[in-house]
Design a protein around this ligand. Structure first.
Ligand SMILES: Nc1ncnc2c1ncn2[C@@H]1O[C@H](COP(=O)(O)OP(=O)(O)OP(=O)(O)O)[C@@H](O)[C@H]1O
Ligand SMILES: [Mg+2]
Length: 232
C-alpha cells in the first residue's frame, strides 16, 4: 500500500478509494518533540481500540469524525481529509506544560474549560497561536475557527462525561481537525492515551502518556487500565 505519511506514532496509507485512508497505530512512542523515543509492544493496539471507541461515541452524539471502522486490531479506516495544522487543546484541570509555563497550580480546575491552540509544526516546535497569528498565517478562517472551538467544547463535554462515569478524570486532551472533499470540518487523527491526560479518580494516578514522559511505571499496564474503563 502507498504511504501518505509516516508520523511519529502512526502511518497513513492510501487505499483504492481516494476518499479513504488507512491509519496504522504503531507501537512507537515519542515525547518532548521526539527527544525521547521507544517502541512499546501493544501500545498501538490499545490506542487504536480507545480511539475507535471514542470516535464511535462522538458519532453517536452527532459529532462528525473521520472514523469509518477497523481493518484489524491496529489499522483504522478513515475519511481522507486535509488536516488543518492546528492542535486544539482543551484543559479542564491544570497539568503538564501549562503549570511549567504559567503560574497555575497543578490540579486547578478550569470552568469553563480553557482552550489553547498550537501550531502543528514540528519544524517550529508547535508554538502557541492566537487569533491574529492564525489569521496572518492563513491557517483557518474566522468561521472555521469558530466551528473548531465549538466542536472542541462539545467533544470535551461528551468525553468528560463518558470518562467520569468510568472513574477517570480528563485534565486535558488534544484534537486535530480536517476538511473533507466537501469542505466540512470533522474530527480527525486520534483520541487516545497518547493525546489525552487521564487520571484515575481515586488515586490521581496517570494512565496516559505521562507514564512514559515522566517514567511513572509500566506504560502498558496504564494503557490497559485506561482501555478497560473506556471500552466498558
Ligand atoms: N483522516 C486523516 N486524513 C489525513 N491525514 C490524517 C488523518 N487523520 C490524521 N492524519 C494525520 O496523519 C498523521 C498521523 O501520524 P502521527 O500522529 O504519527 O503524526 P505526527 O507524529 O503527529 O507527525 P506530524 O507532526 O508529521 O503530523 C498526522 O500528521 C495527522 O495529522
Ligand atoms: Mg500525531
Amino acid at each position: 500500500m502507498d504511504i501518505v505519511h509516516i508520523g511519529k506514532a502512526k502511518t497513513v496509507y492510501r487505499t483504492e478509494d481516494a476518499e479513504e485512508y488507512i491509519i496504522e497505530f504503531r507501537d512507537d512512542i515519542t515525547a518532548f518533540n521526539g527527544k525521547r523515543k521507544r517502541t512499546v509492544p501493544q501500545k498501538g493496539y490499545f490506542n487504536a481500540r480507545i480511539s475507535a471507541r471514542l470516535f464511535q461515541l462522538l458519532e453517536q452524539r452527532g459529532i462528525a469524525t473521520h472514523y469509518k471502522g477497523m481493518v484489524d486490531d491496529t489499522r483504522m479506516l478513515v475519511k481522507a481529509v486535509d488536516i488543518i495544522p492546528l492542535e486544539i487543546i482543551a484543559r479542564n484541570i491544570a497539568a503538564g506544560s501549562l503549570v511549567r509555563r504559567y503560574p497555575f497550580k497543578e490540579g486547578k480546575k478550569f470552568i469553563p474549560p480553557l482552550l489553547v491552540i498550537d501550531f502543528k509544526s514540528d519544524a517550529y516546535g508547535d508554538p502557541m497561536l492566537n487569533d491574529d497569528l492564525i489569521r496572518a498565517l492563513r491557517l483557518a478562517t474566522e468561521k472555521e475557527l469558530a466551528t473548531i472551538r465549538e466542536l472542541t467544547l462539545r467533544v470535551n463535554t461528551i468525553l468528560k462525561d463518558h470518562l467520569n462515569r468510568r472513574g477517570l478524570l480528563l485534565p486535558d486532551f488534544k484534537l486535530e481537525f480536517g476538511k473533507g472533499s466537501d469542505g466540512k470540518i470533522i474530527v480527525a487523527d486520534e483520541i487516545s492515551c497518547d493525546t489525552c491526560r487521564l487520571w484515575l479518580k481515586d488515586s490521581g494516578e496517570s494512565v496516559d502518556k505521562d507514564v512514559f514522559r515522566y517514567e511513572r511505571g509500566d506504560l502498558i499496564t496504564a494503557y490497559e487500565e485506561a482501555a478497560k474503563r473506556i471500552l466498558s
